[in-house]
Every structure is written in structure tokens, then in C-alpha cells.
Design a protein around this ligand. Structure first.
Ligand code: AHR
Length: 373
């Protein structure tokens, strides 16, 4: 071995020792809300033994959905930054281009490579039973984040951390309810839903919340719902179709992420519609999700009336989860992340959802300046 190579290897070795000591000594300082039962039957082979014998980086195979949105890019940056060599990880990252078949292939490759952990952000909820059984047979723990998986045997994965997507949708609908009430608007409200990827937890939760709100509010009508696949281009295309079908009857566009909202606003404005809150004067109101920096800029400009946050910063959370497993600790089976809601309209300070008051943050340039994604 050359002297320089030897020197750098020694440095990496020292780094790993520091990381393993950190893993052993550190506690979890996660900003998360945990629910559900403690996972007594995690599939971690023998974490205490791992800690004593693993004198190398922790190998991770991570299957990311794709790069369809600003949210997704921020999420990828977050996981790649946290699961770094400096933090003790050897990360194999796979971008599935929004196709489940690519995710299944990637997970099978991770199993063949014998990684220590598999992490999946699943594009859709179903279709995971076989591949996760294969991971279990290989003794590799699986961590799921952001969207959920729906498997018959939930011991096939160690834990899930992510958003309560239906709650996000309920908060958006509650904001609309409060807005209409505070403005004394009791006319019929016609809504179209530009949905996310069908079968994705983010779509299921947000669409379900809207359907329930339409059911509960007798003067709300859902004119149409169609998937824009969480992308700007498809969101624009689907909105053009909605304009063809329903034209000036539309009062509210409920858009299931910011990127599709960009496309929706573009489609509406290019057809001569005014996007804004004043539905009495024929403006079309846009509600969106994610609260990315660009989404919040449009919220400040009044083009998105309310933007309900979906937090993409999973890197530190995943890192802490793996450190906890490496220390041999039990982790929560389900962990929900705390999220906010923003509007440029200041007079709706709180909304009521599930018998609880949620604050609506009045967006200011200072808040926007501090946004990291
Ligand atoms: O699963 C999270 C959703 O997926 C985000 O709302 C969206 O922007 C992303 O593509």
C-alpha cells in the first residue's frame, strides 16, 4: 500500500471509531411525534453484536422514488447529506424514476449486495410483500419513510417515519372552510382535485380528506379529480383538461403538491383566468401542499391561498433511527413528523381539525428568507 493511501485509510478508520463511539454514546434528539406501539420484533439481526463487531461503515441501500418535485430533490439532498461517510455510512442511492418496478429491482440488488439496512421511500403502497420477504430471509432490516407500504405482515419492515397525509388534507380543507366562513361566502363552491401519483400515500391521504370535506359541506362540489403525477408538466396538462371540461365553473383548485401548482397556475393564467383568493369576483383559488421555497413565494404573491407543509428533511431522522438500532434500542414502529401550514392571508390564525386547534403561519418575507428548501 502507498503511504498516502495508507494515511487516508488510517484517517477513515479513525473516523469510523469516532462515529461508532458517537453511535454508542449519543441519544436521539429527533423533532418527531411518535405514535403506535414500540416495535418489539424489529428485524435487526443482533444489533448489540453488530456494534461490537462492525469496525466498518454501515452500508445502506436507499431506494428513492425519483426527482419529480422540488420536495423530492430537497429530500434526496437531506438523506445524502446525513447518510454520509463522515457520519459512518456507505450509502448506495438508487433513483427509481417514479417506477415501482425499478424500486423492486434496486431492493433486490441491495439484498444481493448484503447491505446492513435497506431504506425505501415507496412510490405506491401496494406490491411490496414478496421483496420484503426476501429482505427478511436475508436478515436485512428495512426502514420505510415518507410514504407508507401496505403489507399483510407488518413485521416485514422495522419501522416507518413520515407524514400524516390525510391530516395535511384535512388542514387544507379546514383552512378553506374558515376562509369561506370569515368572508361570509355561502354560495356553492366547485372544486377540482389535481391529484398526486395514484396509489401513493400522499395522494390517498390528501384526496380522501377532500372527499370527506365535500361530503361534510353540503355546498361544496367536487367537479373532477385526475392525477398530475406530482410533476409540473403533468399538472399543467391535467389543469388544461379541467379548464376545457369545467371552465368558469371552477372556484377552487386543490392541488396535491407545489410542483403541480406551478403548472396549474400557468395553465389558468395562460387561458386568461385570474388566480387568487377572491372567488366572489371570479378569481380561482389554488390550495397546495409541500410549502417549498418556490411554493411559499407563490403563497406570498397570493397565487396559492394556503400551502400545507409536507416536511422532506428525513436525513437526520433516518440517521438517528439507524444509530438507535445500532445501539440495540427499540424504535417506534410508526413516527409522524410535525408539520406547519402557511398563508399570505393573515386573518385566519387557527383552524380546527380533529378537535384540535392548528396554527396557520402568516407568511412574511422574513419567514420566506429562512426557508431552507
Ligand atoms: O410523498 C411526498 C410527496 O411526494 C410530496 O408532496 C411531493 O411533492 C412528492 O413528489
Amino acid at each position: 500500500m502507498k503511504e498516502t493511501e495508507c494515511g487516508s485509510k488510517l484517517k477513515i478508520g479513525a473516523g469510523i471509531i469516532v462515529v461508532m463511539l458517537t453511535v454508542l454514546l449519543s441519544g436521539c434528539g429527533m423533532d418527531m411525534i411518535s405514535h403506535g406501539t414500540v416495535n418489539d420484533e424489529t428485524d435487526v439481526k443482533d444489533t448489540s453484536e453488530n456494534l461490537q463487531t462492525r469496525n466498518r461503515l454501515i452500508s445502506i441501500g436507499l431506494s428513492q422514488i425519483g426527482s419529480e418535485s422540488d420536495w423530492r430533490m430537497a429530500s434526496t439532498d437531506s438523506v445524502q447529506e446525513a447518510l454520509s461517510t463522515a457520519n459512518g455510512f456507505d450509502l448506495v442511492f438508487d433513483d427509481a424514476q417514479q417506477k415501482q418496478e425499478n424500486q423492486l429491482k434496486a431492493v433486490r440488488e441491495f439484498i444481493d449486495q448484503g447491505v446492513d439496512y435497506i431504506i425505501i421511500d415507496p412510490v405506491v403502497e401496494t406490491g411490496w410483500d414478496s421483496v420484503l420477504s426476501e429482505a427478511r430471509d436475508a436478515g436485512i432490516p428495512v426502514i420505510v419513510y415518507d410514504r407508507r407500504i401496505n403489507v399483510e405482515d407488518d413485521s416485514l419492515y422495522t419501522c416507518w417515519l413520515g407524514s400524516d397525509f390525510e391530516l395535511e388534507g384535512e388542514r387544507a380543507c379546514a383552512w378553506l372552510y374558515e376562509y369561506l366562513k370569515s368572508r361570509g361566502i355561502d354560495r356553492n363552491i366547485n372544486i377540482v382535485d389535481i391529484q398526486g401519483t395514484l396509489g401513493a400515500t400522499a395522494q390517498i391521504g390528501r384526496s380522501t380528506a377532500l372527499e370527506k370535506a365535500v361530503e361534510a359541506n353540503k355546498n361544496w362540489f367536487l367537479l373532477g379529480a385526475e392525477s398530475g403525477d406530482f410533476t409540473t408538466a403533468k399538472g399543467k396538462e391535467v389543469m388544461k383538461e379541467m379548464i376545457e371540461r369545467f371552465g368558469t365553473n371552477i372556484n377552487v383548485v386543490y392541488v396535491e403538491n407545489d410542483n403541480m401548482a406551478y403548472g396549474v397556475i400557468d395553465a389558468l393564467e395562460s387561458k386568461g383566468y385570474t388566480v387568487g383568493e377572491d372567488i366572489r369576483n371570479n378569481e380561482i383559488m389554488v390550495l397546495s401542499f409541500d410549502a417549498t421555497e418556490n411554493g411559499l413565494k407563490l403563497t406570498m404573491d397570493g397565487k396559492i391561498a394556503a400551502d400545507t407543509e409536507c416536511n422532506p428533511l428525513y436525513g437526520p431522522r433516518l440517521m438517528e433511527t439507524i444509530y438507535a438500532l445500532e445501539r440495540g434500542e427499540k424504535v417506534e414502529k410508526e413516527t409522524f413528523i410535525d408539520e406547519e401550514q402557511f398563508s399570505g392571508i393573515g386573518y385566519i390564525g387557527t383552524i380546527q381539525v380533529r378537535n384540535r386547534a392548528y396554527t396557520v403561519t402568516h407568511l412574511t418575507p422574513e419567514i420566506l428568507d429562512k426557508r431552507s428548501y
